[in-house]
Design a binder for this molecule. Structure first.
Ligand code: ADP
Length: 633
């Protein structure tokens, strides 16, 4: 018995679907031919799923999986058929009537900001199917799930505006058929050569045969009579082999690129890749791509990532990005095909499977090796670094076993350069160190401008000692986890006692008067600083704040306060440049109130230069103006 047979029901689209549809149609218009790739890619996934399900339930049968493309030049339709897993009625509602991914909202927000090329974002949120509406003004999807009766199939129809209809239908074959009624101006797509060339261009390496009816030209016999045309048959128009199983030497550059786009939904070329067949105690193939642009949500959900597919003996098992690579390599996309894992492997089994652990550590080494190789080409690596550098840095903390290798791949801005370019490696830095220098100096801050002009650098500039300028949000966190590289200790120039090595001039002894002066300042500032000392690092500035060696930098404290986090209650020390004319002037002040004001001024200035947050900025401005007026008198 069929429930609701033939009854047509009307459904409204989920609110967000409308916006996405609108967006897809407009932003992808210049790229409209990709609709075919998106639908073929869905069909291929459906075939993968059917083959996987058939391992557990052989009655589902999955011997002859294929994708077919048909068209009708008169009716202006294009039909994409697959005999993959199909969908139930509920699945159609869930998958096609809604946009399942919770990131959709964020996606729409980011589009609203227009800070990216729209086209590059489509697909990241599973809007692939909606690409149909770029070329079609009516789409019908007919589907029957594997294992479900023929009269329980479903037809979904929509004009892509606000609603869709669902109807129960009979469908002889398992799988999905998508009929596109082309828009008037897109009728040209209903053409054999056009469609075939799009398959070649975008879907050549789909691992299932893509079939099209052959074209039969009328023939004449010797007497000039037309020979009755034979019935056209379906022919396979793509390569239909698993690209990753081929010999790298037999694969062309364009093939790698088109395969990348097929599996990643990216619209741009991959930056570079690594393709290997590993033989030994266990054998597997891997084809690992590094994209040329980072998707905007890269930083948000490292746990939800996708893009690395696990196959076992060419059978797609699951997207296993998380199982196959650590978080800090989450930008990698591609395919891993194991010969040794069991076909019925589940995510739970994968998580502590020793074979998988070995594959995972092999893949990490592959990716790090690939990056090392690419780092020789400064332009290519600079682009990689710009897109993914901050993610790779997480590896310093996340992957203790490979820390050294990851650290070699890091690039920094430096006082060695005149601009913000991050192209100095730790090895470059060490190569330029003088023989007597034993420490790698760095400073962290919230922007390049802030660190470049930090008062803490003054002595280093004067002495010509290079300092790494770190200005990304995660640098302070990273540096709190590393203590040395290649036997050289790291030291923040804004923290702890400075030791410029053997050639440091000993600072002049502070006289009793000076000690007394410093003590007086300290008394005035006892609530905000832990100590007041004569500076060993200032040349041009009057004062600076110095944190304890293991304490959190001031700009970080500010960031944490802003996001409502508790900040560890460590006070900085205030260093005073006793040679500075302003300081010399303050030393002469006898009036207690004026002295207190100036002492406060020295502290507030140092805090500002550090990227810290003044507790009462308006009061500071008022006080500064008052002092200036006094000086002008
Ligand atoms: P994505 O493929 O990125 O998930 P789509 O909007 O293209 O996003 O498809 C949404 C979902 O609809 C798919 O994840 C899949 O579950 C289902 N689907 C789409 N096309 C097919 C198909 N040809 N056969 C079976 N299921 C499909």
């Amino acid at each position: 018995m069929t429930v609701n047979a033939k009854k047509t029901e009307q459904f409204e689209f989920q609110a967000e679907v409308n916006q996405v549809l609108d967006l897809v149609i407009h932003s992808l218009y210049s790229n409209k031919e990709i609709f075919l790739r998106e639908l073929i890619s869905n069909a291929s996934d459906a075939c993968d799923k059917r083959r996987f399900e058939a391992i557990k339930d052989t009655s589902l049968g999955a011997d002859d999986l294929y994708i077919k493309i048909d068209f009708d030049a008169d009716d202006k339709t294009v039909t994409i058929t697959d005999n993959g897993i199909g969908m139930t009625r509920d699945e159609v509602i869930a998958n096609i009537g809604t946009i399942a991914n919770s990131g959709t909202k964020k996606y729409l927000e980011s589009i609203a900001k227009k800070d990216r090329d729209d086209a590059n974002l489509i697909g990241q949120f599973g809007v692939g199917f909606y690409a149909s509406f770029i070329v079609a003004d009516e789409v019908e999807l007919r589907t029957r799930k594997a294992g479900v009766a023929a009269d329980q199939a479903v037809s979904w129809k929509s004009d892509g505006k606000s609603a869709y209809t669902l109807e129960n239908i009979e469908k002889e074959e398992v799988g999905t058929e998508i009929i596109l009624h082309l828009r008037k101006e897109e009728g040209d797509f209903a053409d054999h050569f056009r469609l075939k060339s799009l398959v070649k261009k975008y879907s050549e390496h789909v691992a299932f045969p893509i079939k099209m009816l052959e074209v039969i030209y009328p023939e004449k016999d010797d007497e000039g009579n037309e020979i009755p045309a034979k019935t056209p048959e379906y022919e396979v128009v793509n390569d239909a082999t698993a690209l990753w199983k081929k010999n790298p030497g037999d694969i062309k550059y364009e093939d790698y690129q088109s395969f990348y786009k097929q599996i990643s939904h990216d619209f741009q070329d991959a930056a570079f890749w690594s393709h290997n067949h590993i033989e030994g105690t266990q054998s597997y193939s891997n084809l690992l791509y590094v994209p040329s642009k980072s998707p905007f949500n890269m930083f948000q959900n490292p746990e939800d990532r996708e893009g690395l597919k696990l196959y076992v003996k060419r059978v797609f098992i699951m997207d296993a990005s998380k199982e196959l690579l650590p978080n800090y390599l989450r930008f990698v996309k591609g395919v891993v095909d194991s010969n040794d894992l069991p076909l019925n492997v589940s995510r739970e089994i994968l998580q502590d499977n020793p074979l998988l652990k070995k594959i995972r550590s092999g893949l990490v080494k592959r990716v790090l090796g690939l990056l090392k190789k690419q780092s020789v080409d400064t332009d290519v690596y600079a682009n990689f670094w710009k897109e993914f550098g901050d993610i790779l840095k997480e590896g310093v903390v996340e992957d203790f076993a490979n820390r050294e290798a990851v650290m070699k791949l890091l690039r920094f801005s430096s006082t060695h350069n005149d601009d913000a370019t991050e192209n100095v490696s730790l090895e470059d830095y060490i190569g330029r160190m003088s023989e007597s220098q034993e420490t790698i100096y760095y400073v962290t801050g919230e922007s390049y401008e802030a660190v470049k002009n930090s008062p803490h650098l003054e002595l280093f500039k004067k002495k010509g000692v290079e300092v790494l300028l770190m200005h990304s949000r995660i640098d302070e966190w990273i540096m709190s986890h590393v203590h040395e590289f290649d036997g050289k200790k790291f030291q923040s120039v804004a923290k702890g006692k400075l030791d410029l090595g053997k050639d440091e001039e000993k600072p002049a002894e502070t006289s009793d008067e000076e000690k007394n002066f410093l003590k007086q300042i300290k008394e005035n500032l006892k609530d905000v600083v832990s100590d007041v000392t004569a500076s060993t690092r200032l040349v041009d500035s009057a004062s600076c704040l110095v944190m304890d060696e293991h304490a959190m930098a001031i700009h970080m404290q500010k960031l944490m306060e802003q996001v409502g986090q508790a900040v560890p209650g460590q006070l900085p020390a205030l260093e005073i440049n006793l040679e500075h004319p302003l300081v010399k002037h303050i030393e002469q002040i006898t009036d207690e109130d004026r002295f207190a004001q100036w002492a406060d001024m020295l502290y507030q200035q140092a805090l500002l230069a550090e990227g810290g947050q003044l507790k009462n900025p308006a009061q500071y401005v008022h006080q500064l103006n008052q002092l200036m007026l006094e000086v002008m008198k």
